[in-house]
Design a protein around this ligand. Structure first.
Ligand SMILES: [Mg+2]
Length: 110
């Protein structure tokens, strides 16, 4: 599904969901940024007291993986809502940032 769905389509889905509930007035940059952090904390909570190996074991549990997937979706939905609210082109932003990171952290592969 990821290979067939564009970022623009996902942004439209979030925009339409928000508009249908008239939530635009609640979606300030501040509130959306806070919501991203809150949902990220909810994702981290699943791994709070696990080491790296235990985290992998946790993800092998189908029910736990679904809970983690839901938290990741929450984060991404708020990221898309933030991009909609702030008129940010996510694809350009990611490519630009990766280009700069390529310069900062050169590949070690020959
Ligand atoms: Mg959540």
């Amino acid at each position: 599904m990821d290979v067939k769905t564009s970022v623009g389509e996902l942004k439209d889905l979030v925009r339409n969901f928000v508009a249908a509930r008239e939530w635009e007035s609640f979606h300030s940059s501040k509130h959306l940024a806070m919501s991203i952090a809150i949902e990220a904390a909810e994702l981290m909570e699943h791994f709070q007291w696990t080491d790296a190996d235990e985290g992998q074991v946790l993800l092998a549990d189908a029910e736990k993986k679904l809970e983690v997937t839901d938290e990741l979706a929450d984060i991404l939905i708020y990221c898309l809502a933030f991009a909609n609210q702030a008129d940010i082109d996510i694809s350009s932003a990611i490519k630009s940032k990766l280009d700069r990171n390529e310069f900062r952290f050169p590949s070690i592969q020959k």
